[in-house]
Structure formats: structure tokens, C-alpha cells
Design a protein around this ligand. Structure first.
Ligand code: NDP
Length: 333
């Protein structure tokens, strides 16, 4: 088997030399075990964000959809698809009878995708889908007619949040990093308005697009843009803080001081709440059932940015951090 090991703590943008591709001889299967071959491997922002919290070296974790190729477990016949957190590796031996010691040991059978691509198991019907569905609906509690703003709007999570908000009858404004992404959001995903945050005056654009203010903000990026959006929210607005990718490659000691947010929070009586989707893993299935239904009915569109080849994982990862993806960035092994 082959796996990627992270050897160093990243400085700025992760470098190819921070990773090492390691070959590993796998032992023969014991009773109760099965061998799974990775088909789709995910590259996500948290792989960057969690790096400083790990002690090095460590195996690069992430979600993968894998298919059982050899088995000594009756409930996992050859051909069964599973979703594990075994990350950037091609072959893995798993044993469903052993209780997981840590997150990386957990896995589940791929939900019934009703004929949709198994790759969705790391995207719209995987952790990013659960984050969009639960993180938005539970924390923002959107009501029909309300105005919702999403940053990172063309990404895996953001593109779903905007569409879920439309399904719930909201007016949706998105911010993303290229004109092509803006086109996709407005023309294909039904966003009421989208902006390229790299080229517009954010405060002005935001005011024009939401003259009656904003009720819900789904924050994927943090930083200055989030401070501007929060300063323009309506009283009793709700903010779901999902991520802060604008700072993941920054040195924490050199980050600019945050704009003072307290006056907006106090005077507008905002509710700002962060979440970790891991804490809600017992509810992911609830999200998956609804998401599959919406995708099948055409109410929810998914796009994937597919990079081919196990040896291209690093390129796919830094490409995603640089904004090359529309929709979910995923590697086809
Ligand atoms: P995306 O598919 O959105 O990919 C990352 C995107 O971030 C890029 O495509 C890029 O798009 C954008 N980006 C990169 N740098 C910046 C920057 N400096 N400022 C603004 N945008 C930037 O990833 P995900 O959908 O998987 O994740 C989105 C966010 O959600 C991340 O912050 C992630 O950490 C978080 N997350 C949190 C979870 C939780 O449990 N709290 C669970 C899952 C995700 P662009 O071209 O628009 O710049």
C-alpha cells in the first residue's frame, strides 16, 4: 500500500517536500477484516487548518470512498463501498468489530446514493454536505423571505448552503473568487446575486445587493470580508461560523488584528455561533437523506473539480487552497 505522511509543520502554503510518499507491506487479512481500495480521496481546507495541531510526522487524514476488494467479514462483501477517514492512502485493512480509538478509525457504509456518483460520498453526501445542511439550517434558522449571505460560495460547502437557502425560500447573495464562479452561482445555481470579492468594493456591493440588510450569514472565510458583512446585518441576525480559510496559510503571530466586531454584535443583538461538524456525526445521515432527495429531484446541483491520480493529491490540495475548484475538490485514484 502507499500512503502520504506529513513530515513537517507547514509554513505558509504547504510544500511538496512537507509530504513523503511511503510504501507499506500489508499483512494477510485476519478473520473479521476486509481490504478496501480507495476510489475517491478528498482534499479539504481542514487538512491545512489542523496541521499545526498535530505532532509530526502523521499520516495525512481526509475522507475517502473505498471499495472492498478482499474480505473476511460477512457484512462487507467484495464490492461494498465505505467512507473512511483514512486519508491519502490507496489500500487499507479495516475491522468493523474493533471499536474506533480515534476519528481516523471511524468508517461507515456509503449511504444509498440512488445511482448518483460514489464520489459524492466525500462531497455533497459526505462531510461537506452535512456541514452545509446542519451548519446552515441549525444555526442560521432561515425563514422564507430572509436574506442570506454566503462566503466561499462556489466551494463544496458554500455552493450547497446557497442552494439550500434558495430551497428554503430565501434571497441569496454569494461571494467567490473569480468571475467564472460568479457566473456559475448566478446562472446555474440560482443565487440572486454573486460577486467576485477580489474585484469589487465589498461594502458597496453588499449594500447594493442587500438594501434591506442581511438576516443570515454563513461564514466560510473569516477576515475582513466577514467583519464588513456582520456590520451590515439586521437586528437579531444569525451567523454560522463554519471556517476562516482566509487565514489558514497565515502565520498567527503576523495576522492583522480583527476589526472590532462587538458594536455590531451588541447593537444588532446578533447570534454568532461556530460549529465542528464532527460533533454532530450522529446526525449526518439525517442530512444525507434530504440531500440525496434534493439532488435526485434536481433542486440541488453538484459540481466536482476532479484531479486524476493518487500521485496528484498534493497538487489537488494546494490547487483547492488557491481557489482552483468550483464545487468539491476531489481526487480520482
Ligand atoms: P472549498 O471547496 O470552499 O475550497 C476552498 C475555497 O476557499 C477555495 O476554492 C477558494 O475559493 C476559497 N479561498 C481560498 N483562500 C481564500 C481567501 N484568502 N479568502 C477567501 N476565500 C478563499 O472548501 P470547503 O467547502 O470544503 O470548506 C469551506 C470552509 O468551510 C473552510 O473554511 C473549511 O475549513 C470550512 N469547513 C468547516 C467545517 C466545520 O465543521 N466547521 C466542515 C467543513 C468545512 P475562492 O476562489 O472563492 O477564493
Amino acid at each position: 500500500a502507499r500512503k502520504y505522511v506529513v513530515k513537517k509543520h507547514f509554513q505558509g502554503v504547504p510544500k511538496k517536500e512537507d509530504f513523503e510518499l511511503v510504501e507499506q507491506e500489508l499483512p494477510p487479512l485476519k478473520d473479521g477484516e476486509f481490504l478496501a481500495k480507495a476510489e475517491w480521496i478528498s482534499v479539504d481546507p481542514y487538512l491545512r487548518a489542523y496541521n499545526s495541531r498535530q505532532s509530526v510526522p502523521y499520516d495525512q487524514f481526509s475522507f475517502q470512498v473505498a471499495v472492498v476488494t478482499e474480505t473476511k467479514h460477512p457484512d462487507y462483501p467484495v464490492g461494498t463501498r465505505i467512507v473512511s477517514h483514512k486519508g491519502w492512502r490507496d489500500y487499507t485493512i479495516l475491522n468493523p468489530n474493533v471499536a474506533p480509538k480515534e476519528l481516523n478509525d471511524k468508517f461507515y457504509k456509503l449511504p444509498d446514493l440512488q445511482g448518483l456518483s460514489p464520489s459524492l460520498g466525500v462531497g455533497a453526501v459526505g462531510m461537506p454536505g452535512a456541514s452545509a445542511y446542519l451548519g446552515f439550517l441549525d444555526l442560521c434558522k432561515p425563514k422564507p423571505g430572509e436574506t442570506v449571505v454566503v462566503t466561499g460560495a462556489a466551494g463544496a460547502v458554500g455552493s450547497l448552503v446557497g442552494q439550500i437557502a434558495k430551497i428554503k425560500g430565501c434571497r441569496v447573495i454569494g461571494f467567490a473568487g473569480s468571475d467564472d464562479k460568479v457566473q456559475w452561482l448566478e446562472k446555474e445555481l440560482g443565487f440572486d446575486k454573486a460577486f467576485n470579492y477580489k474585484t469589487v468594493d465589498i461594502r458597496k456591493a453588499h449594500q447594493e445587493a442587500a438594501p434591506k440588510g442581511v438576516d443570515c450569514y454563513f461564514d466560510n472565510v473569516g477576515g475582513e470580508i466577514s467583519s464588513i458583512i456582520m456590520s451590515q446585518m439586521n437586528s437579531f441576525g444569525r451567523v454560522s461560523v463554519c471556517g476562516s480559510i482566509s487565514s489558514y496559510n497565515e502565520d498567527p503571530s503576523k495576522m492583522p488584528k480583527a476589526t472590532i466586531l462587538q458594536p455590531s454584535l451588541v447593537f444588532k443583538q446578533l447570534k454568532v455561533e461556530g460549529f465542528m461538524i464532527w460533533s454532530w456525526d450522529a446526525r449526518w445521515n439525517e442530512a444525507y437523506v434530504e440531500l440525496v432527495k434534493w439532488i435526485k429531484s434536481g433542486q440541488l446541483k453538484t459540481r466536482e473539480h476532479v484531479t486524476e491520480g493518487f500521485d496528484k493529491l498534493y497538487d489537488a490540495f494546494v490547487g483547492m487552497l488557491a481557489g482552483e475548484n468550483s464545487g468539491k475538490a476531489v481526487v480520482k485514484v
